[in-house]
Unconditional design. Structure first.
Lengths: 300, 316
């Protein structure tokens, strides 16, 4: 008897998993040593940012809302204020760590939510084809008619401002992009012989969809989502900068940039430091996304 | 070509209906009652219900939508709640300003992206190449609003080379040179991230073409390197580059909003922002519609340009 059909999707996923689970970090990025080090550095840096933000409540830092009116816009290195204070005399280091919790949340949660929705919609459209595909894709076309950032701003601007609104707005604008990618990945395998063979061997539609089709769409979507997470930290901070996201006195990095703008000439560090955090964190996600792509798809 | 254009235009019709319906829905989604917004929080229930009837808000959503769309198509975008002016009068002058900023930013994006990408690929592995790769990585992730603030700190507040805000100076009332002067920082701010992506793609695409056999043949025949680079390599690397430029248009338009807010450039983005702050729903709707419509048309133009540059995409 012939061998059972090789499930490309499941196989690809298994390679992914084994590639990711190799303990030696040197093996993670096979392409070049230089790229390897870069991705490793990005991973370490991101981990540090996440840890520091997560540990903000227990770290021996100032209260992020404690304003010292005698120390407004203090410069970097002022005793008691390692990174200085903002225009209300609040400790910037503490606000950066507390703000990082919101910035990371606003970048990661919508990306994760949109990835789930996008995978569902995209694989359904790609696998079912026909009318369902048409309806799903035509509706998504409407969303593609808006520039991503502007749609997020419009949605967040119309609802009442706040972190949940910000998360909802970013999730909505991301779903079409991830759906389209998942659909392409699905459509590529839906017609392949091994799916046909699985169907002939009596596998149910749900089993085929999950085991053979969905798993095939996961690796490229995962790479895309990682890169998007970085971009969404930038977009989310933009919403907060405009005052549509997190509300004072709480602030994420974007809102901190906005707060600092009023003392830009006098105390530039109030604006520059939170912006640097956005750039560095988004950059780390991007480098990790690139590295993941090399691991998952060695052909490119 | 004409067939393609007609096909695309027909395809746009349902999209535009969808866009208008989505924008229409935003008012229904807005928290709070529109009548409260119009009459103020102290208005009586009676006054509110009279107004609701007058505005047709008691009718089914589809009927409201058709009426709203009909008014739009007759040029009636309603009245601004905050300023009591006709919405169209607020939006129309802004469109040109945004197109100036967006257009110049696009030129900056394309020219610097292609030039740096080409120079980097021609000198692969050189210090310039490595520096450009690094710069691209950083610029590609830079928040436009922050870059705008940093640029204005350095070039407007410290060196005073460029004005910090506005579109023209009040005392000499505009003119080409004055507007160009005010345009430099916002355009650079808007173009930075898209230019980084274009640089990256240009470098990769040209490097790929340079590895092809026919380039070796051209070199063996003694074709000058300059000619190989511009004539053989860049020309054949163009399709992926123009595609990525097309994909950057949305990000570029989004970036103009932040530049407009930071540099007080009187465009659609700034109007959208101020009307969001004022919760001026009719103006928000019109601004979003205008931006979406421009975006759809710009994308169409980009696709047409792609078709002309890459004969292969015309068939199949």
């Amino acid at each position: 008897m012939a061998d059972p059909p090789v499930p490309v999707g499941a196989a690809a996923w298994r390679t992914t998993r084994s590639a990711l689970s190799r303990t030696r970090p040197g093996r993670l990025l096979p392409s070049s040593v230089r790229g390897n080090r870069l991705m490793l550095a990005a991973l370490v840096l991101l981990l540090a940012v996440v840890l520091l933000a997560a540990l903000a409540p227990v770290l021996p830092i100032q209260d992020p809302f404690d304003a010292d009116p005698t120390q407004r816009s203090a410069s970097i290195g002022t005793p008691g204020y390692l990174l200085g204070t903002d225009n209300q005399g609040r400790d910037i280091l503490s606000r950066l760590l507390w703000g990082g919790r919101i910035s990371l949340l606003v970048g990661l949660v919508p990306t994760a939510l949109a990835t789930l929705c996008g995978l569902l919609l995209g694989t359904l459209a790609g696998y079912l084809g026909g009318l369902a595909d048409q309806i799903i894709m035509r509706v998504l076309d409407v969303f593609f008619a808006f520039p991503l950032v502007l749609l997020a701003i419009a949605i967040a601007g119309i609802l009442s401002p706040g972190v949940p609104t910000e998360i909802l707005a970013i999730t909505i604008v991301l779903v079409p992009y991830i759906s389209r990618l998942a659909r392409t990945a699905t459509a590529q395998v839906a017609g392949l012989p091994y799916v046909e063979a699985a169907r002939a061997s009596g596998a149910g539609a749900g089993a085929i969809l999950v085991r053979y089709v969905l798993l095939n769409a996961v690796p490229p979507v995962l790479v895309y989502a990682t890169t998007l997470a970085g971009l969404m930290i930038v977009v989310g901070s933009g919403l907060s900068f405009l005052g549509l996201g997190v509300q004072p006195p709480a602030a994420d990095w974007g809102a901190m940039v906005g707060d600092g703008a009023v003392v830009l000439r006098k105390a530039a560090h109030v604006t520059i430091l939170p912006g640097l955090m956005i750039v560095v964190t988004a950059l780390a996600f991007n480098i990790i996304g690139d590295g993941l792509r090399d691991v998952l798809d060695p052909r490119t | 070509m004409l067939n393609y254009l007609v096909k695309r235009l027909v395809g746009l019709v349902p999209v535009l209906f969808g866009v208008s319906f989505l924008v229409f829905l935003t008012v229904q989604l807005a928290p709070g009652d529109v009548t409260t917004l119009l009459l103020g929080p102290l208005a009586s229930e009676e006054a509110k219900s009279t107004l609701r009837q007058a505005l047709g808000l008691d009718q089914p959503i589809v009927v409201q939508y058709v009426k709203w769309l009909n008014a739009l198509l007759h040029g009636d975008f309603g009245t601004s709640i905050a300023t009591s002016r006709k919405v169209l009068d607020l939006v129309l002058p802004r469109i040109g300003n945004t197109l100036i900023l967006g257009g110049v930013s696009l030129v900056v994006t394309v020219v610097t992206g292609c030039a740096i990408g080409l120079a980097a690929s021609a000198n692969r592995g050189s210090l310039f190449d490595r520096l450009s790769v690094l710069t691209v990585l950083v610029l590609g992730n830079i928040p436009p609003f922050w870059l705008g603030l940093v640029l204005s700190l350095v070039f407007a507040l410290q060196f005073r080379w460029f004005p910090i805000s506005g579109m023209s100076s009040l005392n000499n009332g505009g003119g080409f040179r004055d507007v160009a002067w005010h345009l430099v920082l916002p355009a650079v701010t808007t173009a930075a991230a898209p230019a980084a992506v274009v640089t990256r793609m240009t470098r990769a695409a040209v490097l790929e073409v340079l590895g092809q056999d026919y380039i070796q043949v051209a070199r063996a025949k003694g074709v000058p390197e300059r000619r190989i680079l511009l004539k053989h390599a860049l020309r054949n690397a163009l399709p992926p580059i123009t595609t990525i430029i097309g994909l950057q248009l949305g990000y570029l338009l989004g970036g103009t909003l932040f530049s407009e807010v930071v540099f007080a450039w009187p465009g659609l983005g700034q109007l959208l922002y101020t009307s969001i702050v004022a919760r001026d729903l009719p103006v928000i709707q019109a601004a979003v519609l205008a931006i979406a419509l421009s975006f759809v048309l710009i994308n169409l133009a980009a696709d047409l340009a792609n078709q002309m540059l890459d004969p292969r995409s015309r068939h199949g």
